[in-house]
Design a protein around this ligand. Sequence first.
Ligand code: ADP
Ligand code: ADP
Length: 211
Amino acid sequence: MRLLLFGPPGAGKGTQARKLVDRYDLTQIATGNIIRAAMKNETPVGLEAKSYVEKGELVPDAVVRKLAEGAIADEDYDDFILDGYPRTLQQATWLTTFLTEHDAPLNAVLSLEVPDEEIVDRLSKRRVHAETGENYHLDVNPPPDEVDDDLIIQRPDDKPETVRNRLQVYRDQTEPLKTYYKERDLLVPVNGTGTPSDVHARITEAVEAHT
Ligand code: ADP
Ligand code: ADP
C-alpha cells in the first residue's frame, strides 16, 4: 500500500501517520522529521536546510527530492506513507515520474481538512519530546506526568510569527496540489476535526475504499 497524507501544517498528518503505521504495518516517510534529524546532526543537508526551516520557508525542491526518493527506494517502493512530501507542484511532478518509473503508483492522497482557527490552536499547543519526537498537545494529548518537563519542548518553527508564514507558504505553494491530485483521481478529502481516534476511523474507511 502506498499512501500520501496531505494537509496544512498542524492538520494532524504526523499523528495520523503513526496510527496508520501501527495498523497497516507501513513505514512513515516524513520529510520534516528527516530534515530535523539532519539539522540536529549538522549534516550538509541539515546545515543547508536550517535557515529555511527557521523562517518557515520550504527547503529547496532538489534537496527534499533526494531525501524523499532515497527513503522510498529504501522501502523497495512499497508499504509507505508519505507525510509532508510533496509540498510543491515541482515535487509532485517529480514524485509521479519517480513512482511511475518504478511501477509503484499511489493508492490514495488523503487530504486532512481542518479549519484555520483550529490549525493555529493546534500548532500553538503542540509540544514534542526532544528525544523521541513524540507529539503532544497541551489540552488534547498532554505529555504524561512521568516524562521529564525539560524534555518537552516547543518546536522553534511553532512560534506564532513563523506559524503565520508557514500557513501562507502552504496556501501559495502546497494547497494547489489538491487540484493536481484531484485531476488524477487520487484526492480523498477527510474531515480532520474531532478526536485523533475519530479522524483515524474516517481515514481507515477511506483507505479501505481505495486499496
Ligand atoms: P508541519 O507538518 O508542521 O508543517 P514538517 O515537520 O512536515 O511540519 O516540516 C517542517 C519544515 O521542514 C517545513 O516548514 C519546511 O521548512 C521543511 N520541509 C518539510 N517537508 C518539506 C518539503 N516537502 N519541501 C520543502 N520543505 C519541507
Ligand atoms: P502535522 O504533522 O500535520 O503538522 P501533528 O500530527 O503534529 O500535525 O498535529 C499538530 C498538533 O495537533 C499536535 O499538537 C497534535 O498533538 C495535535 N492534534 C493532532 N490531531 C488532533 C486532533 N484530532 N484534535 C486535536 N489536536 C490534534
